[in-house]
Each structure stands twice: as structure tokens, then as C-alpha cells.
Ligand binder design. Structure first.
Ligand code: G1P
Length: 272
């Protein structure tokens, strides 16, 4: 059973500056709600029971967003009849029960973020989500968990992207493709067009095996001096570990770039 989700939240969000210099990119509102909440709702609906947030110690706003009880208690006392206020607080309390914080003080990569969670990981597999990749209309995490149940393998969310944009993504090579999935035989992070094995890109949802931790522990630093999850996945695929691409049915909204973020409000409102 996949019941834990790691959400790395220590990135600098440079593509969203200057907004992200004040508000962490994951808290930027899209139609009145931070994208982090959309991601959490997707996970809860898919059966996730615990979130592990990987945050820098010197960026307290994410913790404050969810754990600001005194603030809410005070205004609820003042505005006793405000039903909305009570329901906002109730929702945050429900999230609180599910969140654990782990610290990564510098953005040292998604692989490094996963390593930081080692002591909390329980089952054989866990979910990892990149909070700036929204997938709406159809629950992608749910699709991935059901593919995992069927195959017992690890799963990566994927969609076709324009060929000329392959160098923006992690790209998957595959064999045995069906309409909704394929068995992965190659993974390349941000390849040149001439090196890309396909135009199926990794989108930020992964069901990973706990054994990836031992690969990460001995893995050297990759591009930009970071420990990348893609490199560890590549090692496991080479060792014949089963990784499947889940060609998700939902609509992908890239909120990690300024252009995508600007379009996200309109895009999401079509599906709410
Ligand atoms: C990360 C991953 C990449 C993936 C992308 C999806 O890149 O490293 O493999 O395709 O997310 O959004 P980043 O967006 O951090 O550059």
C-alpha cells in the first residue's frame, strides 16, 4: 500500500521571481488556493495518509500556513458567528494531522530531499510529488497507485511533450507500450533533442521503491552539484527494476514557470 507522500519544498523558485522571493512558490494562490493544497487534495483522494514536507529551516511560511492555531483561535473568539473562518480552521486542522516536516536547508536536489525522509518511510513504496506540477480533471496519483497495485512496480507520471521542448524535462525511453502505460528502459534528465529516446516527459509524480534510498546514499552529485532522483531511477532501471510510465488522463498545468503560472488560474477554473 502506498500511504506516504514526500513533497520537496526547498527549491528556490527562480522561474517565479520576484513573487517567490516573498512567498514560497508552492503557496502562490491559483484561484484562491495554493497549488500545494490542490496537490494534497489529489493525494488524500488517492488514499495517502501522511505527507512529508521537505522545507528549509529559514523559510517558516509553509509551517505557518498550516500550523497557526493561536492566530485562528483568537479571531474565531472575536468573530464567533463567522462560519467560513471556522471551516477554514477545521480544514487546516485536518491537514495538520497528516503533515511531518523534514529539513533541507539548501536546495540540494530531489534525491537529497528523499534521503532526508529516510527515518519516516515505512512501506515498500512511497509517492513523491513536485508541487509545481498540477494535474487536474482526473486524479493522477490514483491512476498511478492502481497501476502500482497491478504491476507491483514503480511508477512515473508521463505525458507527451513537443519534441523541441525535450531539454526542459526528464525524458523516458520505453518498450511494450499500451494506451495508458509502458515499461521504462531509459531515463535521461533534460536531454538534447538528438539524445532523447522519445518525447514522453516525466511530470512530477513518482511511486518509488524504498530501496532507492541505498542507491541515493552512494550516488555522487550530478548536474548543478545536486543529488537528482532521476539519476537514482536510471541506476535502478539499469538493474532491471520494473519502472512503468503512467500516461495520465488528466490535464497537466505547469505552474513552475511564470508563463504557466499566469495561465494556471484560467486553466484550472475550467475543471473546477
Ligand atoms: C524536474 C525533474 C524533471 C521533470 C520535471 C517536471 O525538473 O528533474 O525530470 O521532467 O521536474 O516538472 P525541474 O522542473 O525541477 O527542472
Amino acid at each position: 500500500m502506498v500511504t506516504q507522500a514526500i513533497i520537496p519544498l526547498a527549491g528556490l523558485g527562480t522561474r517565479l521571481l520576484p513573487l517567490s522571493s516573498v512567498i514560497p512558490k508552492e503557496l502562490l494562490p491559483i484561484n484562491g488556493k495554493p497549488n500545494l493544497e490542490y496537490i494534497m487534495e489529489e493525494c488524500i483522494e488517492a488514499g495517502i495518509k501522511q505527507f512529508i514536507f521537505v522545507v528549509p529551516k529559514n523559510r517558516p511560511s509553509i509551517k505557518k500556513y498550516f500550523f497557526n492555531d493561536n492566530f485562528y483561535k483568537k479571531i474565531i473568539k472575536k468573530k464567533k458567528n463567522d462560519k467560513r473562518l471556522k471551516s477554514v480552521f477545521k480544514r487546516l486542522k485536518q491537514f495538520q494531522k497528516m503533515i511531518k516536516f523534514v529539513y533541507q536547508n539548501k536546495p540540494e536536489g530531489t534525491g537529497h530531499a528523499v534521503l532526508k525522509c529516510t527515518k519516516y518511510l515505512k512501506g515498500t513504496h512511497f509517492l513523491m510529488l513536485l508541487a509545481d506540477d498540477l494535474i487536474v480533471k482526473k486524479n493522477c496519483s490514483k491512476e498511478m497507485i492502481s497501476l502500482h497495485k497491478k504491476t507491483r512496480g514503480s511508477i512515473i507520471a508521463t505525458t507527451k511533450v513537443k519534441r523541441k521542448t525535450v531539454s526542459r524535462w526528464g525524458i523516458l525511453g520505453f518498450k511494450k507500450k499500451t494506451r495508458n502505460s509502458f515499461l521504462i528502459n531509459e531515463v535521461i534528465e533534460k536531454p538534447k533533442l538528438s539524445e532523447a529516446p522519445s518525447n514522453y516527459a516525466i511530470i512530477g509524480r513518482y511511486i518509488l521503491p524504498k530501496k532507492i534510498l541505498s542507491v541515493l546514499k552512494s550516488q555522487g552529485r550530478g548536474k548543478g552539484g545536486e543529488i537528482h532522483i532521476t539519476d537514482a531511477i536510471k541506476t535502478l532501471v539499469k538493474r532491471d527494476e520494473k519502472f512503468y510510465g503512467n500516461i495520465f488522463k488528466g490535464k497537466y498545468i505547469d505552474c513552475g514557470t511564470m508563463d504557466g503560472f499566469i495561465k494556471s488560474g484560467i486553466a484550472i477554473s475550467k475543471y473546477l
